[in-house]
Design a protein around this ligand. Structure first.
Ligand code: UD1
Length: 429
């Protein structure tokens, strides 16, 4: 397995181009299953999760055409998806186990073909992460769902029908999945207690450009009037707010100054508010954010994760890496996932002072310095937290199991090298 080696202690300066959002592109790709016309996605990030999803779609009968555009002087991926007919409705375990978001094929397959069989999903090991909300909603829309030999088998031979749904909690995945399924259902679907993440609004925007009738995406009540069919479209994927937040912390922990091109302030209001309260300057410029922590001491701050527009769980590990070096004591509470502190022991190996308060909270006592060590990445965002700790630490850090990073951070070493980091990938022999 590849490793990443970092020699820390170098302030980072320059510009970083923020890529298209992983959590937006995956459902957008699956939405292409809803039509026999071409769906073109631009600003697609070069991530292993996108490659996995391309394989899944290819196995269902989608033709995937590869291209590129120049955006702000950078080459960005463009993919065209065309599913003239769905040739298979089965997604095998081998593909699904690599990526939890493969559940996004379920809604479109049931809506367009009336059946779907796919293995129960894998993905990051950050909790139990059931998909009961997705399945219960699809059942209420008329699908018959059973679990057999590790596979979920869904059937809706007479088509899906609209339903009034009350989600027990606002799941991002279930909101997107049901929104896609409901576009081709008979009648009106209402999702009450929907999630409000920007990636959901981006999906609704694309579906509407294909002829869907969705209103309220980005609020807690989403309404979808089913239509008979959808057409093709060209859609530009929104920028990745989690990648932008992660690089903002890279500036903060190294006392550097970074301009984050394409970062969207509107999707990062809460994390930026906290960064500013921690003493980091964040300026909103034309099409970018400028994060400046030169000669700046980081001060402690408490964090509680929440659904959007609250503080994102996907930035919790990276902020914790920063707060290990803050002046004072911070409490960090994780409310979305039950097992999302696996980076804590690794940060402690690097000299951080973190104690567990209870199942959902840790106390971080800021220290003056971290020191490089060999550490193990446990999930996607935790991996970047260890990169951040390595960039700030004295000496050399070696991060093992970096395949998680490639799932969600486009060309991570290249982007960091361009702003002055001493970082290398050691290829597996
Ligand atoms: C998405 C994001 C992930 C992010 C998370 C929360 C993608 C591909 N992934 O994941 O990066 O961390 O939102 O912002 O977009 N739950 C259930 N039953 C369900 C569905 C969810 O109990 O059927 C629980 C989950 O276990 C979790 C919580 O609800 O505790 C939130 O999950 P959800 O919003 O669905 O996250 P994902 O869509 O999996």
């Amino acid at each position: 397995m590849d490793k990443i080696r970092i020699v820390g202690g170098i302030p980072l300066y320059g510009t970083v181009n923020i890529s298209g959002a992983k959590n937006a592109v995956l459902p957008l790709m699956c939405a292409s299953l809803l039509t026999d016309k071409s769906v073109v996605l631009t600003n697609v990030p070069l991530l292993s999760d996108v490659t996995y999803m391309n394989s899944i779609l290819g196995g269902l009968g989608t033709e995937v055409f590869n291209g590129s555009d120049i955006i702000n002087g950078n080459v960005c991926k463009r993919y065209t998806y065309k599913t003239t007919d769905i040739l298979s409705t089965t997604v095998p375990y081998d593909l699904v186990r690599k990526m939890r978001a493969s559940y996004y094929v379920l809604g479109p397959l049931l809506a367009r073909k009336g059946e779907a069989k796919f293995s129960l999903p894998g993905g990051c090991t950050i909790g139990v992460r059931p998909i009961d909300i997705h399945l219960s909603a699809l059942e209420q829309m008329g699908a018959n769902i059973k679990i057999q030999n590790g596979y979920i088998i869904g059937k809706a031979q007479k088509g899906l029908k609209g339903a009034n749904l009350n989600f027990p909690s606002p799941s991002v995945g279930a909101t997107c999945n049901v929104m896609m399924a409901a576009t081709l259902a008979k009648g009106k679907t209402v999702i009450n207690n929907a999630a409000r993440e920007p990636e959901i609004s981006d999906l609704a925007k694309m579906l509407n450009s294909m002829g869907a009738k969705i209103s309220g995406a980005g609020t807690s009540v989403v309404k979808i009037d089913g239509v008979n069919d959808l057409g093709g479209t060209i859609h530009n994927v929104i920028s990745d707010r989690i990648e932008a937040g992660s690089y903002a912390i890279a500036a903060a922990v190294t006392n550097g100054r970074l301009e984050l091109i394409n970062a969207e302030y509107d999707t990062l209001v809460k994390p930026i508010d906290i960064l500013r309260k921690c003493g980091v300057s964040v300026e909103i410029a034309n099409n970018s954010l400028i994060v400046d922590a030169t000669n700046q001491e980081i001060t402690a701050h408490n964090i509680i994760t929440a659904g959007y527009p609250g503080f994102p769980t996907d930035l919790q590990a990276q902020f914790m890496a920063m707060l290990t070096l803050a002046n004072g004591v911070s409490e960090i509470t994780e409310t979305i996932f039950e097992n999302r502190f696996m980076h804590v022991p690794e940060l402690i190996r690097m000299g951080a002072k973190i104690s567990v308060k209870d199942k959902n909270s840790v106390i971080v006592n800021g220290v003056k310095n971290l020191s490089g060590a060999s550490v193990m990445a446990s999930d996607l965002r935790a991996s970047f937290a260890l990169v951040l700790a390595g960039l700030a630490a004295d000496g050399e850090t070696e991060i093992n199991r970096v395949y998680h990073l490639d799932r969600g951070y486009e060309t991570v070493e290249k982007k960091l090298q361009q702003i002055g980091a001493n970082i290398q990938r050691i290829k597996e022999k």
